[in-house]
Design a protein around this ligand. Structure first.
Ligand code: FAD
Length: 324
């Protein structure tokens, strides 16, 4: 492969999301000899973020600046990125498989007339060639893919490829560039956020997830408490969302969020295939269910058969004791 890989950083509230740094580590797995160029986009104060890309392993960074890049739009971002791609002529491009990554990368791949391997969870080497591993059939199987022609363009699933340790002594060129963007056909006037507290579900390393077994919105309270002592976030099955015990923004699964935390605690969740599609790649799975035959135990590393309303308070107490 040629000598340059672009890594597209993703910003949220002015800070780079962790998946941006994981994408740098992925680029190094693709070709550890390549020059890694971090790319950040926004409307102001981009130098610090571009420099952070270097701390996490990029050799240099380009910050693309325009007021139309303040908020993500596929049209604005693809225009800006096409300019940098044309200028840099990279052999590879890596971005997170996030909502923006899923939206943007097929658009760019089609403009470039190149292929795209999305939702990569692991990268192996087959001699000279990187081999990309990605889940298929809702996580029931994995496929291994190689790129035979064109740019090595991939998106990586957050929380799967570990970021390198930040090293603030690393240096590299940071170029802040005003990029030209034509009038956008759709303009975001305002973003109204749903109020949410605590750790962001998609980036949480610990998730305590409740199902229909939690029985009510009040039944979620001990789960919030457990998540808090573990420094994690609360998720849910669709069963719990449909029953109105919690908001749909917590839903994990085929039609919800796909998460890969270090620890996933499934509480009162039966383990339907559509739920497993969103969490079965978690590093350690603990299931708490009163039915010993529940399917969730088939994917769990540790299972507790019991009533969640008895088990969760004991767990909270025990964890608080250990943390003392
Ligand atoms: P249930 O299946 O009712 O399980 C409740 C569990 O709680 C049971 O195992 C029970 O033993 C246990 N329990 C009850 N009381 C207690 C107690 N006191 N202590 C301990 N355990 C207890 N589902 C998703 O989650 N995410 C999706 O994205 C999703 N997408 C879907 C897409 C489609 C097209 C379809 C058709 C379905 C989808 N579903 C999804 C729904 C899915 O099929 C299941 O219906 C849903 O996951 C069930 O939720 P549940 O496990 O909370 O409820």
């Amino acid at each position: 492969m040629s000598d340059k890989i672009l890594v597209i950083g993703e910003m949220r509230d002015g800070t780079l999301r962790n998946v941006s740094f994981e994408a740098i580590a992925a680029a190094k797995k693709i070709d550890d000899q390549a020059e890694i160029v971090g790319v950040v986009l926004g409307d102001e104060d981009l130098e610090a973020q571009a420099t952070e890309m270097i701390y996490y392993g990029a050799d240099r960074a380009v910050a693309l600046k325009n007021e139309k890049l303040k908020l993500y739009t596929p049209e604005g971002y693809s225009q800006a990125l096409m300019r940098v791609i044309e200028k840099e002529a990279p052999a590879g491009i890596v971005m997170g498989h996030t909502a923006a990554g899923k939206d943007l990368t097929p658009k760019i791949a089609s403009k470039l007339g190149t292929g795209l391997i999305s939702d990569v969870t692991e990268i192996e080497s087959d001699g000279d060639q990187p081999v990309f591993i990605r889940p298929i059939y809702s996580g029931k199987a994995f496929e291994k893919k190689v790129i035979t022609d064109g740019i090595t363009f991939v998106t990586i699933r957050p929380n799967n490829i570990a970021a390198l340790k930040a090293d603030s002594s690393r240096t590299g060129d940071v170029l802040v560039e005003d990029v030209e963007i034509t009038d956008l056909r759709t303009v975001i006037k305002d973003v109204i956020r749903k109020a949410s507290e605590g750790v962001d579900l998609s980036e949480a390393s610990v998730i305590v997830s409740g199902g229909r077994g939690v029985k009510s919105a009040d039944g979620f309270k001990p789960l919030y408490e457990l998540a808090e002592v573990l420094g994690g976030a609360v998720g849910a099955s669709r069963g719990a969302c449909d029953a109105d015990y919690c908001d749909y923004s917590l839903q994990i699964g085929q039609t919800g969020k796909v998460v890969t935390p270090d620890l996933y605690i499934a509480v009162g969740i039966s383990g339907a295939i559509q739920h497993l599609a969103g969490m079965s790649n978690s590093k350690v799975i603990v299931a708490i269910n009163k039915d010993p035959e529940a399917n969730i135990f088939n994917v769990a590393d540790y299972g507790i058969v019991g009533d969640l309303f008895e088990v969760i308070p004991l767990l909270i107490e025990e964890i608080k004791e250990i943390k003392k």
